[in-house]
Design a protein around this ligand. Structure first.
Ligand code: NAD
Length: 453
């Protein structure tokens, strides 16, 4: 059987491999899921919770080993990799409780009618996921889909099959046959699953692939939830604490080598503080030690693949040709996929780097004459995942935040909301969403049964 080989982005050596699922086996996988779903869907919420909760300890126990493999497979620093795995285990009980509450039937009564809203399983759900958080991204889709009573087929990224395989093994242990399966492969396997007799496609990945999936799912009116790419702006107001804003910008632009859907991809800075802010940002960027994620002290590991690095370098070259200036970084290693964090000044919206997703370690600076202009430019892309505003007058910063066309906006902090809030993209960054009670219900079929009151 053909194998999918996982390569270490530090040096191109093989980390391991998994068997590729032949496309003609996909219908059989779906059939097995369909059979397994019947009893799984009939279980009570409490019973499903009990099954799924057993994974919490297994994930915690495996966090160090799986985290190490994750670093070897996609490059992020070891501490972040272990943290990614561990958090999925430590948060499991609370997440299941929240899901259980969200999925309980509700009764609504008026003068004449008593109606009950049921959150029933949809049936077979396909989860297609990316490589940048190769443990957490499968988890974010698989868990709510399973808890809602669906059978799930996971199709993880071809870049990170080993981490996904580890997730699958930890999560599926003890589950009834067919309830959770994994299909390894790339575009062909993804397409075959979207075309198969399934009930829902939950996807996290790029906007381009999301659009394909939506189109491919349309003739059969398949339920689709898409969490897509972003081009998150950071709007800095003229009263912002420059040092704090620069620290945030560096972390948010360079974490995971910029390969985060809610990375800061462009920074709007007022002319009045542009100089001190730029200086502080350059100094923060130079502190970001680049290296093998397994080495202590590494803040920025290699990019996941040559392809991803080439994409970033092409955007950079175009921007420089159009007048942008690299103030620090930009050195691409000969061995491995390293790229030194870049601070790019003089960026304008005629450059792709200002409006298309970069997904690399680049802080792109756009100097703005006014707050209104910053807001206008921040909203000048088709994306709308996250956005951040920094300013000392919180009320004013909050008002600016409300003018930004994004699904999640942070004021003097990152975009992640309080627990129980959705993970959601506006505009072309999302179609449906997950997390939060309403997000958990997207993995269900609502049914209303009414009788006389
Ligand atoms: P991608 O869209 O290239 O691939 C994602 C998955 O889709 C992979 O498993 C891939 O094999 C599969 N696929 C590819 N073509 C397909 C097709 N035609 N039909 C079905 N499946 C197909 O994305 P990527 O490069 O793996 O990940 C990076 C992207 O993911 C970035 O755009 C990033 O912003 C986005 N992302 C978004 C979020 C979010 O929550 N909004 C989170 C993480 C990553």
């Amino acid at each position: 059987m053909a194998r999918l080989v996982s390569l270490n982005p530090v040096n191109g050596t093989e980390v391991g491999s998994v068997p590729i699922t032949p496309v003609d086996e996909v219908p059989g996988v779906v059939e097995r899921a369909r059979k397994g779903q019947v009893e799984w869907g009939l279980l009570s919420l409490e019973d499903r919770r009990a099954y799924l909760l057993t994974a919490a300890q297994r994930i915690q126990d495996a966090a160090d080993t799986v985290g190490r493999q994750l670093t070897e497979e996609m490059g992020k620093p070891l501490g972040e990799a272990v943290g990614e795995v561990r958090s999925c285990g430590s948060g499991l009980a609370e997440e299941l409780d929240e899901m259980m509450e969200a999925l309980r039937a509700e009764t609504v009564v008026d003068a004449h009618t008593e109606s009950t809203i049921f959150y029933d399983p949809l049936g077979v759900c396909v989860a297609i996921t990316p490589w940048n958080f190769p443990f957490a991204m499968p988890h974010w889709l698989v868990l709510p889909a399973l808890m809602a009573g669906n059978a799930v087929i996971l199709k993880p990224s071809e870049e990170t099959p080993l981490t996904a395989q580890a997730y699958f093994e930890l999560m599926s242990e003890g589950l009834p046959d067919g309830v959770l399966q994994i299909v390894h492969g790339a575009e062909a396997q993804g397409k075959a699953l979207v075309d198969a007799e399934v009930d829902m496609i939950a996807f996290t990945g790029s906007r381009e692939v999301g659009k394909h999936i939506l189109g491919q799912a349309a003739p059969n009116l398949r339920r689709v939830v898409l969490e897509l790419g972003g081009k998150d702006p950071l709007v800095i107001l003229d009263d912002a604490d420059v040092a704090r804003a620069a620290k945030f910008a560096a972390r948010s632009s360079f974490r995971n080598a910029g390969q985060v859907c809610v990375s800061t991809e462009r920074i709007y800075v007022p002319e009045s503080i542009a100089e001190p802010f730029t200086e502080a940002l350059v100094s923060e960027a130079r502190k970001m030690a680049v290296g093998d994620g397994l080495e202590e002290g590494t803040r920025v590991g290699p990019m996941v693949s040559q392809r991803q690095r080439r994409h970033v370098l092409e955007q950079l070259e175009e921007a420089v040709a159009l007048g942008a200036r690299i103030l620090t970084g930009g050195q691409a290693s000969e061995v491995g996929n390293f790229l030194e964090p870049v601070v790019l000044d003089g960026v304008s919206h005629g450059m792709r780097i200002a409006t298309e997703e970069t997904f690399g370690p680049v802080a792109a600076l756009i100097r703005c004459p006014s707050e209104d202009e910053a807001v206008r430019l921040a909203n000048d892309t088709p994306f709308g995942l996250g956005a951040v505003v920094f300013g000392s007058d919180e009320e004013r910063a909050y008002e600016v935040a409300r003018r930004l066309d994004a699904g999640m906006v942070g004021v003097n902090r990152g975009v992640g909301g309080a627990s129980g809030t959705p993970w959601i993209g506006a505009r072309e960054s999302g179609y449906g969403y997950h997390k939060s009670p309403a997000g958990h219900r997207q993995f269900t079929q609502l049914r209303v049964v009414s009788k006389r009151a």
